[in-house]
Design a protein around this ligand. Structure first.
Ligand SMILES: Cc1cc2nc3c(=O)[nH]c(=O)nc-3n(C[C@H](O)[C@H](O)[C@H](O)COP(=O)(O)OP(=O)(O)OC[C@H]3O[C@@H](n4cnc5c(N)ncnc54)[C@H](O)[C@@H]3O)c2cc1C
Length: 567
């Protein structure tokens, strides 16, 4: 009897996640960390075989640090000293190096990163990351079922009715869920069923990922290649060594129409031609291990939510591989949604809070997709569509840049500088751009990292975030604690409180806390469970408030409209 057939044919779950790739698994893990054991179904029998995303940026690693898997990831990553050539544009691996043209501001990699972090980018493929996510989510209580697909679903006022099927046995099970999370990728059948459209340039090309084996030790004479752009008459693509073995390679190739070829299922002969064109040796012996066709596109869903269904990851936005923002943006979606779903399911917030998910995450996708698309256009010097693609990227960027007078974002702004505007943050400089190029401590921005010492140990201020709302104050800010404690208890909300300063239990040594968070030592900052600043008083004197006002502000942040009689 399979594990599935021993289960009941009807089950109640708080959240059903469809799709068990990197974003769905992250969603399960973040929910489990908040005490919500979701059911996740994934059509494939295993986690990803192809590496696909190979770099998980410092913001993503901050989120993974919060859920305790940072060290497990670093143990599995390719050590920096084993990385080879990155970012060169060549005619072929053994051919000549092509020149690059001048890059606009956000493409400059020489800019120093102003967003300090407690961690760093991990160079690890999805094939290695996903099993770590799966293991930890399962250990925390998520029910993860591979080889199982969503057959159909419908939503009604109180929840979702879904039918899932184990593919090996055909066994079906009815699921009743409070919420459905669509992590089912670019072609999301859930998004299509909901009739949610998208905006952006659209399809940029059909690509294929080719995993192959070949011995290039002699041809490359000891060179290591991690990521190389190849442009020649046969091929526009990206090539690099894949995994520990020097003989194992991955090529991502842009497919061009060719007689007798289907671009969504290229033949082995076509793939071999592409690989040899990338290497630059026509008779090089090559063994193809696996191929994965995919669409390169630039688009964002018009809506991220329809009633009880939420789109996350590629189901909500698709971008080019340039900038390596795709999976990272999806993981940040999941992180944003998880604490909100958890508070609503625990009846500690009004379900209005869930509407802030799309309000916050859609502009973050606009930023990532536009920068990624701009970078892609820049890498296509001989492409006739370059201008149109660049224009589309600039148009999408204006949705968050708001005015041409606002400086262009950098790649660091995409990673750490996106800014939320919604009812789940208090209002500060509301008409400004929805990103910043350096940390400000304003409401709606990521709470900046500062090193602290506590009980003789060094921790990051970010290590205080992840579970509850957190109130931070300087040495003269004690008055805030009582006001927040009173207001929070009326709402049944947990708010952790920390006093930070040179002579405080959490010492910042150099006094950088106040400067980074933009407050005086009588001010305070309220940080949300996802590490974003919800509310800030720069000092006690300019913002004299009492616990009733704080109660109203906290209520609004949680989606309630408090009646005046509540005062
Ligand atoms: C070559 C390449 C390189 C990339 N490099 C990077 C990078 O360096 N950094 C980065 O951040 N991003 C990168 N990306 C993008 C990244 O891979 C995607 O953004 C990421 O995989 C999206 O994850 P997802 O979970 O949203 O969707 P997907 O990975 O598409 O997963 C969706 C899952 O849903 C499942 N599914 C669909 N329908 C059903 C159903 N009815 N029932 C059950 N399961 C279902 C599918 O089987 C699939 O596993 C790269 C992509 C490619 C192709």
């Amino acid at each position: 009897m399979s594990e599935f057939s021993s289960r009941r044919h009807e089950e109640d779950v708080p959240v059903l996640i469809v799709g068990g790739s990197v974003v769905g698994l992250s969603m399960a893990l973040f929910l489990a960390q908040h005490g919500i054991p979701a059911l996740l179904v994934e059509r494939h029998a295993t986690t990803s075989i192809h590496a696909r995303a190979g770099g998980f940026n410092a913001r993503t690693m901050e989120l993974f640090r919060q859920v305790g898997i940072e060290s497990a990831i670093f143990e599995q990553e390719t050590p920096p000293e084993q990385l080879g050539e990155m970012g060169l544009r060549v005619e072929s691996l053994t051919g000549k190096v092509l020149d690059n043209t001048e890059a606009p501001t956000y493409r400059q990699t020489s800019v120093t990163n102003p967003f300090a972090s407690s961690t760093r980018t991990a160079m690890i493929g999805q094939d290695k990351l996903e099993p770590i996510l799966q293991k930890h989510a399962s250990e925390l209580g998520s029910d993860i079922r591979f080889g199982t697909e969503l057959v159909h679903f419908e939503q009604h006022v109180r929840g979702i009715n879904a039918l899932i099927r184990e593919r090996a046995t055909g066994q079906e099970c009815r699921i009743h869920a409070h919420y459905l999370v669509a992590a089912d990728g670019n072609r999301s059948a859930i998004r299509q069923q909901l009739g949610i459209g998208s905006y952006g340039y659209g399809t940029l090309g059909q690509w294929v990922s080719i995993l192959f084996q070949t011995d290039l030790s002699e041809a490359l004479q000891g060179r290591k290649v991690t990521l190389c752009f190849v442009n020649n008459a046969t091929l526009d693509g990206i090539i690099g060594q894949s995994g520990e073995s020097r003989d194992r390679w991955a090529l991502f190739a842009n497919l061009k129409p060719r007689p007798g070829e289907r671009l969504d299922a290229p033949s082995e002969t076509y793939c071999l031609d592409l690989v040899r064109a990338a290497i630059g040796i026509p008779d090089q012996p090559v063994k193809i291990l696996s191929t994965l066709p995919w669409e390169l596109a630039s688009r964002v869903a018009e809506h991220y939510q329809q009633k009880r269904v939420f789109l996350v990851g590629d189901a909500a936005h698709v971008m080019t591989t340039m900038g390596a923002f795709g999976a990272n943006t999806g993981i940040a979606d999941a992180h944003n949604l998880a604490w909100k779903l958890a508070l609503v399911l625990k009846k500690k917030a009004h379900e209005n809070l869930l509407a802030t998910y799309g309000q916050e995450r859609q502009p973050a996708a606009d930023l990532a997709v536009s920068v990624s698309t701009g970078l892609y256009a820049y890498r296509l010097p001989h492409h006739e569509l370059r201008e149109a693609i660049t224009r589309s990227a600039e148009e999408m960027l204006m949705r968050v840049r708001k005015s041409p007078d606002v400086p262009q974002p950098t790649a660091f702004s995409v990673i750490h500088g996106y800014r939320y505007r919604s009812a789940a943050v208090s209002h500060e400089n509301d008409d400004d751009a929805l990103f910043e190029n350096e940390p400000s401590g304003r409401s709606g921005t990521r709470a900046p990292h500062v090193w602290l010492s506590h009980n003789g140990k060094q921790i990051s201020i970010l290590d205080l975030y992840g579970s509850n709302f957190v109130l931070l104050a300087g040495s003269d800010g004690q008055c805030w604690y009582e006001m927040f404690a009173k207001a929070a208890s009326r709402l049944g909300l947990s708010v952790d409180r920390y006093s930070i300063g040179q002579d405080q239990p959490y010492s910042d040594g150099d006094g950088s806390f106040l400067a980074c968070y933009g407050i005086s030592d009588s001010g305070t900052v309220l940080v949300r469970p996802d590490g974003f600043i919800a509310w800030r008083a720069q000092n006690a004197a300019t913002q004299p408030v009492g616990s009733d006002e704080i109660f109203i502000d906290l209520s609004k942040l949680l989606g309630y409209s408090p009646p005046l009689s509540a005062l």
